[in-house]
Design a protein. Structure first.
Length: 162
């Protein structure tokens, strides 16, 4: 699982580098050469979508996402474990239903309609492909978090007390 996390982090860094280079080229062509590039703004927009959605999966994996732990800190260990299991289950369910299944439908529809972007002339299905991809990653990461919670020392101790 750590290998997947590292690969995702490196891929996000690469996408960010490409976006910075793209926006830099846009600034150079617009203000220094006075002939703005026709594709840079669209490419930056699509890269930002990919970075945002894959970054959400990465943040979920690393625990860097926004979370309110004031309630779980006030709970007993067994209840905090149950709340954490519920939260990760809800995240996995949402990612599966909305992002993966809905994303696959969106990608299929976009490919079927042959919708292409204005400047880059690429099929928008490739842009939207990040939605089911990030959904799968969130599902995998959520299942791993649930597995860790269920088989952690605290979970085993709580089960033995029941």
């Amino acid at each position: 699982m750590n290998t997947l996390e590292k690969l995702l982090g490196r891929f996000l860094a690469l996408l960010l580098f490409v976006m910075v280079m793209d926006v830099s080229w846009q600034v150079i062509t617009r203000f220094l050469l006075a002939q703005p590039s026709s594709y840079t703004e669209e490419l930056a927009r699509y890269l930002l979508v990919w970075i945002g959605l894959l970054g959400a999966a990465y943040a979920y994996r690393t625990g860097a996402h926004l979370g309110l732990d004031i309630v779980t800190r006030a709970l007993a260990a067994e209840r905090a474990l149950a709340v954490a299991l519920l939260a990760h289950s809800v995240c996995a369910s949402y990612a599966l239903i909305v992002m993966v299944l809905g994303g696959i439908q969106l990608v299929q529809l976009t490919f079927a309609l042959a919708q292409v972007s204005a400047a880059l002339q690429i099929n928008l299905g490739y842009v939207y492909l990040v939605l089911p991809l990030s959904g799968v990653l969130i599902c995998v990461f959520a299942i791993d978090k649930i597995r860790v919670l269920l088989f952690s020392k605290q979970a085993v101790q709580a089960a033995e007390r029941d």
